[in-house]
Design a protein around this ligand. Structure first.
Ligand code: UDP
Ligand code: MG
Length: 335
């Protein structure tokens, strides 16, 4: 009698925003690698993140050509984080790979990913060993961000960590248990923990299309990353306040003693102005930091759905608020 084993399934979660030119090439290239891995069943979950070009039509076209392509088309551009979340919530595979759709995350690393799974790791993530194809300012900014963020937050991310990774079902379910609305996925990946293997890879320049990041976008992303995982800036302003009031107290003693010894004295216009400007600046800065956190509380308190889908070909599609079957998130049983 023939015994048939079910092949392990792998879901590829791929956010796509204005990728009409490169998407078909991406699927073709990825399929080449998939065909060398016959022991696994691969499924695509392409998320059209409110693209302004013909990405949706390209995706529909691909879905009618390949039966393993599922898609989720969001009602507007919600951002890569939300798109990844929409994809992750709709995965069912034993393993999930999250990757970009511009071939900057080379599918040729799949065999290494699967090897890591066989070695018993829970996840395997890529880190850039070079920053080819990236502007100097982008890479300097990103280096500073990682240094700062690793120092002041609980999540430790190696410099160059990218959102290209494979994870076991249990890790995906754990990630989905974090239901914050403002998602900083790179940090969430680290925060959930699990045994992670890091593999370095050569960054490849984007061949088709253009990056969606602006400098301001990256700056906002960095602030989100830090405020989402740390209250160190709040502690910093408390420390600043304490230091300045201690110095002010010492200066007050000096002024009192001077007045007692030398009598009334009226110079000090420059000092007064400098101090009030300085204190004014610090106060504004502190209010700004407080505001950052209050803004985050405000957005979380609204509890809006992370994404809204307008079209999909997934049969039992899960909306952002639909309850999940988190049974699998229970710890792996060991003897
Ligand atoms: N992306 C997205 N929504 C956005 C911006 C980007 O889904 O609002 C997708 C994009 O299609 C790509 C991935 O996120 O698959 C990474 O984007 P990009 O290549 O612009 O970023 P970079 O590689 O320059 O960091
Ligand atoms: Mg890219």
């Amino acid at each position: 009698m023939e015994v048939r084993f079910k092949k392990p399934t792998i879901d590829l979660v791929v956010p796509c925003y204005n990728e009409e030119d490169g998407l078909t090439h991406f699927v073709e290239e990825t399929n080449k690698i998939i065909s060398t891995l016959p022991g696994y069943d691969f499924n695509y979950i392409l998320i059209n993140d409110g693209s302004k070009d013909k990405t949706y039509l390209v995706i529909k076209n691909l879905a009618s050509t390949y039966s393993n392509i599922k898609y989720i088309s969001l009602s507007r551009n919600f951002g890569k984080e939300a798109a990844m979340y929409a994809g992750l919530r709709n995965t069912t595979g034993d393993y999930v790979i999250v990757m970009d759709s511009d071939l900057q995350h080379p599918p040729s690393l799949f065999p290494q990913f699967l090897e890591a799974m066989q070695e018993g790791y829970d996840c395997c993530q890529c880190m850039r060993s070079s920053r080819v194809g990236e502007s100097k300012i982008h890479s300097a900014f990103s280096r500073t961000f990682y240094r700062l963020s690793n120092k002041i937050t609980d999540v430790k991310m190696p410099h160059g960590a990218v959102d290209y990774r494979i994870m076991r079902r249990q890790v995906v379910d754990s990630i989905l248990e974090l239901c914050e609305v403002q998602r900083f996925t790179k940090g969430i990946f680290s925060w959930v923990g699990f045994n992670t293997k890091w593999i370095p890879y050569e960054n490849v320049a984007r061949e088709i299309g253009a990056t969606k990041w602006s400098f301001w976008g990256l700056f906002k992303y960095a602030i989100d990353g830090i405020t989402a995982f740390s209250v160190a800036p709040l502690r910093f302003i408390a420390f600043l306040g304490f230091t300045i009031s201690s110095l002010a107290f010492l200066y007050m003693l000096v002024v009192i003693i001077q007045t007692l010894i030398f009598g009334k004295d009226l110079p000090g216009y420059a000092t007064t102005i400098s101090i009030s400007l300085f204190i004014g600046g610090i106060t504004e800065f502190s209010i700004g930091i407080l505001g950052e956190y209050i803004g985050r509380i405000y957005m979380e308190a609204k509890d809006r759905p992370v994404y809204i889908c307008s079209k999909t070909n997934i049969e039992d599609f899960k909306t952002a608020k639909a309850p999940l079957n988190t049974q699998e998130a229970t710890p792996a049983k060991e003897d």
